[in-house]
Design a protein around this ligand. Structure first.
Ligand SMILES: O=c1ccn([C@@H]2O[C@H](COP(=O)(O)O)[C@@H](O)[C@H]2O)c(=O)[nH]1
Length: 238
């Protein structure tokens, strides 16, 4: 897969006007746009459909569904055209199988969220997670990746720090998407992300896709920043 296709850019914008500006600016620079809670709550599915038609591309709808299996199944059934990829929490494992399979049969890949990249071992301990799984969070990521696999997911979202062990345990076909990416030149080194890696480190560790938001969005020249990330991915793939 070419380097650019591996770069996912989150449209973390407060409204549709700013999201459209970001799409126009970066549509030749990144592989896939991700829509998260901020934009989706502001604009809703109709805006999303229009945007997909205008941009002529599918989107990653990162809503991290989490509810009882029946409700998740019904919500996933309501996903609309233009969605290529979505995310769910998989702690109910195989009980989500039917909902996930039905979604994937419609051509929408489902990824399981493992442990958010903004969480570290200390946070997991504070949340009462068994120390054997908490610090480092690797064991919990593997446990949840196993539940995602049992649920029939195509892959997981985890940090670059766990990409290699996830690939080793679940195979090269199991998709690994890594946010929490901070290039060395990043203008936002101190933020809420805790389990971070550079683009090069994450790709070398086995990430299929990396999600890079603020380092590109907040850069003085976002196009140049996206190109630097793609160049770093390309170099790491050689
Ligand atoms: O574990 C996760 C899951 C999702 N995200 C999302 O990725 C982007 C990251 O943006 P940055 O600005 O590069 O931090 C954002 O949309 C998150 O909601 C994540 O960071 N970690």
């Amino acid at each position: 897969m070419e380097a650019k296709k591996r770069l996912i850019f989150p449209l973390d914008a407060p409204d549709g006007k700013q999201a459209r500006q970001l799409i126009r600016l970066l549509q030749n620079e990144v592989g896939l746009f991700k829509v998260g809670l901020e934009l989706f709550v502001a604009e809703g599915p109709q805006f999303f459909r229009t945007m997909a038609a205008e941009a002529g591309t599918d989107f990653f709808l990162d809503l991290k569904f989490h509810d009882i299996p029946e409700t998740m199944s019904r919500a996933l059934k309501n996903l609309f055209s233009g969605v290529a990829l979505t995310t769910i929490h998989c702690d109910q494992g195989a009980r989500l199988l039917r909902a996930v399979q039905e979604t994937q049969d419609r051509g929408i890949n489902v990824l399981g969220v493992t442990v958010l990249t903004s969480i570290d071992g200390k946070d997991l301990l504070a949340a009462g997670i068994d120390p054997r799984y908490a610090n480092p969070p690797r064991e919990l990521v593997l446990l949840r990746a196993g539940l995602a696999k049992a649920a029939g997911c195509s892959g997981v979202v985890c940090s670059g720090q766990e990409a290699q062990v996830v690939k080793e345990r679940f195979g090269s076909d199991f998709i690994v998407v890594c946010p929490g990416i901070r290039p060395e030149w990043s203008v936002a080194p101190e933020d809420d992300q805790k389990r971070i890696m550079t683009p090069s480190e994450a790709i070398k560790a086995g990430a299929d896709y990396i999600v890079v938001g603020r380092p590109i969005r907040l850069a003085a020249d976002s196009v140049a920043a996206a190109r630097m990330v793609v160049a770093e991915i390309a170099a790491a793939l050689q």
